[in-house]
Ligand binder design. Structure first.
Ligand code: MIC
Ligand code: SF4
Length: 643
């Protein structure tokens, strides 16, 4: 039986486990990436492990999220990360060099390699034919130390692309169509593999837009074959030496199949407040808008920017619209500055932002009250923009630019003939903002620069055998990590200080939660389907840990958040009968007994609530059970090291 492309790469990196659907496998990671908002914690964890130099082929620390420096915190964290990188063998991409996923695609990604990153959009690398997975900081720290990454051998969805995109329809519309069909939880437990004739009509940056937003499907990762377009991109980046052709075997077997005829697609928009709430732009045309933001790791490549400049050329952005543009990397920004495209944007009235995440993570450019914002980003969760009552629509750069001119949602197909937008034959290459680490012989001379905002890892304890704790919070379906641990300009600077950041935990849902949970001392949280979707931020587990949350009981979990809960030693439990969700109310006492034995032996867990018994599943691997018993991954790793 033939193998899919993902299976081939996983097999070549298999270190432990059976190569069988549903079983846990350990894979070797060739590369790691971190960004600053998750990176400080990841490097605190890395340092706690005591491995002097990273053991990967390439590890890169990017500064791209916390770039608004309205106090000392972010700048201190940047210096901390830079010093750890220098000492321990990690390349350091300085602030200004660009968004981690865009830069990694340009300068480091390679077909057939594995990459783990402390950011959920790490699958961007799948556009180059690599297995690139987003994870919590601790998992990335372990991979830097040479440890393997554990995943459940995933099922594979085949997405067959046919035909060719029509003018003004773009890669963003492809992934919005996949989201429309599969939903934000349709990818949980799967790798999404693209194939078919249509693949060769898409360049690497277009493929990367699609694999990037595979994160919004909840998928483990997404991947494209490596072919002549991959070679063309790598050549243009001066990196053809890493090229290797890769594709699935013709008789590969998939678990699910989807066919998309590219020629039938039209411009689409994800409406508030979910990336899968997708409608044709044509149906929304004429809706008044207040803001357009172009950029983010999904849509800020050179060609994206060239399309935008072409649309804006010689025109003025509508007076009632604020248009911001953040090119994805220094490479992109330099190139559009050299060829005059940047001038066209500036002339049209665009507010040019630095090459960083910016508005995507609420770092500035929050819309006006009840504002309608069109964004080329990947997430439109409620409140994420920094304005609670804003309505964010996710669209292609073409739709955003056309709409910015008209002041209303505009179908870009009304723009007339579209010129051909091509990848350059040579990208402008200047890696002067990537600092290489000190040689091993000089690492002792490098001092780690810790600012006063950096606090330690929260206290953990081995799993208790019995618990009698109240339910401190009950929430509904599709709770995102932006609900659990909000980001934005005010809260992000606290990422390296768990006691401080935990004061904001769940405040989007209930302002009193942090105070209440802290007062209760120990508690459980109850939730619905797809709990913890969205980012990889382990703070969404560490803040509840700090506030005394012992277990989270839900209908289903999103992948990365469940792994982060396990790493933090918080029990991720699911209802055996989803209707039992109605049997627990906020304030009820939930009782567990014989927990350690049940966890150790993989038995069902029964909770008692007001005299009623509720059966719960703890669907985790053997290794995860040991992690839970130890009180989390750090304790487990320490125990194993001392053995
Ligand atoms: C996001 O897009 O939500 C983030 C900010 O990039 C996160 C990481 C974080 O919270 O620091 C992600 O996607 O993992
Ligand atoms: Fe940055 Fe936004 Fe991409 Fe997250 S989704 S990495 S915040 S640009």
């Amino acid at each position: 039986m033939g193998l899919t492309l993902a299976e081939k790469i996983l097999k070549a990196h298999l270190v432990e486990g059976e190569f069988k659907k549903g079983s846990q496998i350990a894979i070797r990671m060739d590369q790691t990436l971190t960004q600053d908002a998750t990176g400080t914690m990841a490097y605190i964890e890395y340092c706690a492990m005591g491995v002097p130099r990273v053991r990967t082929e390439k590890s890169v620390a990017y500064i791209d999220h916390n770039t608004l420096q309205s106090g000392f915190e972010n700048a201190d964290d940047h210096r901390f990360i830079g010093s750890v990188a220098k000492k321990h063998g990690i390349s350091f991409s300085r602030p200004g060099n660009g968004i981690c996923h865009q830069v990694h695609l340009e300068r480091f990604g390679a077909p057939g390699k594995t990459l783990i990153g402390s950011d959920s959009h790490t699958p961007t690398g799948g556009g180059l034919g690599m297995i690139a997975i987003g994870a919590g900081g601790l998992d990335v720290a372990v991979a830097m130390g040479g440890g393997t990454y554990y995943i459940t051998y995933p099922k594979i969805i085949k997405v067959e692309l046919k035909g060719k995109l029509s003018p003004w329809v773009s890669a963003k519309d492809v992934i919005l169509e996949v989201l429309r069909r599969l939903s934000v939880k349709g990818g949980v437990g799967y790798i999404v593999e693209y194939c078919g004739e249509g693949v060769k009509t898409l360049s690497v940056p277009e493929r990367a837009t699609i694999t990037n937003m595979g994160a919004e499907l909840g998928a483990t990762t997404s991947i494209f074959p490596s072919d002549e377009n991959t070679l063309e991109f790598l050549k243009a980046q001066g990196r053809e030496d890493v090229y290797t052709p890769l594709s699935a075997d013709p008789d590969a077997v998939y678990d699910k199949e989807l066919v998309i005829d590219l020629s039938q697609l039209e411009p689409l928009a994800a409406c508030p407040h979910s990336p899968d709430n997708v409608k044709p732009v044509r149906e929304l045309a004429g809706m008044k808008i207040d803001q357009c933001c172009i950029g983010s790791c999904t849509n800020s490549s050179f060609v994206d920017m060239m399309k935008v400049a072409y649309i804006l050329d010689g025109k003025t952005c509508c007076p009632s619209v604020s248009l911001s543009i953040a090119p994805g990397s220094k490479q992109v920004l330099s190139m559009i500055s050299q060829n005059g495209a940047l001038t066209k944007m500036i002339d049209a009235g665009a507010r040019i932002l630095e090459s960083a995440c910016g508005p995507c993570i609420g770092m500035g450019q929050s819309p006006n009250s009840k504002g309608i914002s069109l964004r080329t980003f990947n997430r439109n969760f409620e409140g994420r923009s920094g304005t609670r009552d804003a309505g964010v629509y996710l669209v292609s750069p073409e739709t955003a630019a056309a709409s910015a001119l008209n002041g209303v949602m505009t179908d870009p197909r009304t723009l007339g003939d579209m010129p051909q937008f091509k990848l350059p034959e040579k990208f402008y290459i200047n890696d002067n903002m990537i600092e290489l680490p000190a040689p091993e012989s000089e690492m002792d001379k490098v001092e780690i620069l810790r600012g006063p905002n950096i606090a330690g890892y929260p206290e953990t304890k081995p799993l208790a055998d019995s618990l009698s704790v109240p339910c401190s919070l009950k929430v509904g379906d599709n709770i995102t990590t932006d609900h659990i641990m909000p980001a934005g300009a005010k809260i992000l600077p606290l990422r390296s200080n768990i006691p401080e950041i935990s004061k904001h935990c769940f405040t989007v849902c209930d302002e009193k939660f942090p105070e209440r949970a802290k007062q209760l001392g120990a508690s459980v949280i109850v939730g619905g389907e797809n709990y913890g979707q969205g980012s990889s931020r382990e703070h969404a587990a560490l803040a509840p840990l700090y506030l005394g949350v012992k277990a989270v009981i839900v209908k289903s979990f999103a992948r990365i958040h469940k792994a982060n809960l396990i790493n933090a030693g918080i029990l991720p439990l699911t209802f055996k009968n989803p209707e039992d969700y109605d049997k627990i109310s906020q304030g009820d006492t939930v009782e567990f007994s014989g927990l350690r034995e049940a966890v150790a032996n993989g038995r069902d867990i029964v909770a008692k609530v007001g005299g009623k018994e509720i059966s719960l599943d703890l669907d985790i691997s053997e290794r995860d059970r040991e992690i839970m018993l130890a009180g989390g991954l750090l304790d487990y790793t320490r125990e194993n090291l001392s053995k």
